[in-house]
Design a binder for this molecule. Structure first.
Ligand SMILES: Cc1ncc(COP(=O)(O)O)c(C=O)c1O
Length: 435
């Protein structure tokens, strides 16, 4: 015999029920709620809206490579994925042969000897590696010197680890050095960590090896940890070579360096990065990582080995492609009255907003107008912090024809005013001729 179902009387005034009916509010942690709004979201939204309406937006907003990786690397990935033994968890910090290949590339490219067992680990892209490194190194009250304008992950990696950022202008590297020295001399204890990022995102500032000699001397004198983000090591132009901090003698006592296969190897979606250098810092990162992730899919690691071993010529070809795009873009902009600094490396042109626009609008307004009226998406400088205001960043991820088209579209909308501003500048006897 089944029990009869007894209906429960519903009383609107029942306190328990009132509690149940109150909408549940999700309370996120302070570390999330204190994050500022993502400034690039507005541009992305507007771009998507325009595309849905049928506009052909030329997208130079994100540094997301649009060219494919080498065919042999894709083939290797497919082959390794078909091997059913490759589908379990892989060693979280990278399979031995991958770490060996990274060490061997460091030796060939920078003359740096690394022990693949203790001085190299793989990360899920360098962004993940950097974020987790901050968790491993930085705690409440710890301070870190961060380049400004800033790649957002540098600032928020430190902030999410409850650290405090000290933002110093990085566009003049010798001033960056003297700011670090001054801060360390004035404040005890010295900041715990200094981040250097050359070639720099977003400004494309580069340094020679003398910069690293000096910064390692400072690390030695003032006892701070040094983190070098060398994400654009493979995208260099006109014979410029991006040095590694690890080639300075003794650097491994203080420094680690992040490299990535996202940029030069066109493998951004694969999430393959590396952290190399100080065994103690590498170990600390490895400890944190083993609590958060299981590492990279083994077939990706196997294909990455193939790319590192046989892909150097393709990396050089890709750098040439960026160099040609740079020439097309910079020459085109100069021709229409918007002269910009010509980068020696990276995927970016960091362009000062020209007059008369600079005096009447913010970088967000200027980027919005470019998108709304010229169908060209760029990143507003303010997205890289206060120091980026007055600039926009153009990522050279569209092909040469599209870049030429972008210049024509910018000229159509802004050309008359740019021209006027150039003409009035040339009345000034101190002005520079624009070539
Ligand atoms: C300076 C810098 N560091 C790190 C990264 C992240 O690269 P990855 O794809 O290796 O995470 C980027 C990506 O744009 C970058 O610009």
């Amino acid at each position: 015999m089944t029990n009869p179902v007894i209906p429960v009387p519903i009383d609107d005034h029942d306190e328990d029920l009132a509690v149940i009916q109150k909408p549940f509010k999700i309370q996120v942690a302070d570390r999330i709620s204190h994050l500022p709004p993502y400034l690039f979201a507005r541009i992305n939204q507007l771009r998507d809206q325009k595309r849905r309406a049928g506009a052909d937006v030329i997208d130079m907003a994100m540094g997301n490579p649009s060219d494919p990786p080498s065919e042999m690397v894709i083939e290797k990935l497919c082959e390794a994925a078909r091997d059913l033994r490759n589908h379990g968890y892989a060693p979280a910090l990278g399979i031995k042969n991958l770490r060996r290949e990274v060490a061997s590339r460091y030796l060939k490219k920078w003359g740096v000897r690394l022990d693949p067992e203790s001085e190299v680990i793989s990360t899920l892209g360098s962004k993940e590696g950097f974020g987790h490194l901050c968790l491993a190194i930085i705690g409440p009250g710890d301070r870190a010197i961060v380049p400004a304008p800033s790649y957002p992950a540098h600032v928020y990696g430190v902030a999410l680890a409850s650290g405090t950022t000290m933002l110093f202008d990085t566009t003049d590297p010798s001033r960056y050095l003297s700011d670090i020295a001054r801060t360390c001399e004035a404040a005890a204890p010295c900041p715990k960590m200094v981040i250097v990022n050359f070639p720099h995102n977003p400004t494309a500032t580069v340094v020679g090896s003398d910069f690293y000699e000096e910064v390692v001397k400072l690390a030695k004198r003032h006892s701070f940890m040094l983190v070098s983000d060398l994400a654009y090591a493979d995208v260099t132009f006109d014979g410029y070579f991006a040095p590694s901090v690890l080639s300075v003698e003794g650097a491994k006592n203080y420094a680690v360096e992040f490299t990535t296969m996202s940029k030069g190897f066109n493998m951004a979606g694969w999430r393959v990065g590396f952290c190399a250098g100080s065994p103690e810092i590498v170990r600390a990162l490895g400890t944190i990582k083993t609590y958060y992730d299981y590492g990279m899919f083994r077939p990706i690691q196997i294909a990455a080995i193939m790319a590192l071993r046989h892909g150097e010529a393709d990396v050089e070809v890709q750098a040439k492609i960026y160099q040609q795009r740079r020439d097309v873009l910079c020459e085109g902009l100069a021709r229409i009255g918007w002269p910009v600094d010509v980068p020696k490396a990276s995927m970016f042109v960091w362009a000062k907003i020209p007059e008369p626009f600079a005096s009447r609008m913010t970088s967000m307004d200027f980027a919005t107008q470019l998108l709304e009226q010229a169908d060209v998406a760029v990143s507003p400088g303010a997205g890289f912090g206060v120091a980026g205001e007055g600039y926009v960043r153009l990522a050279m991820v569209e092909n040469e024809n599209r870049l030429k088209q972008a210049v024509r579209q910018i000229q159509r909308v802004f050309g008359p005013e740019l021209k006027l501003s150039v003409d009035s500048d040339s009345d000034d006897s101190h002005s520079q001729e624009i070539v």
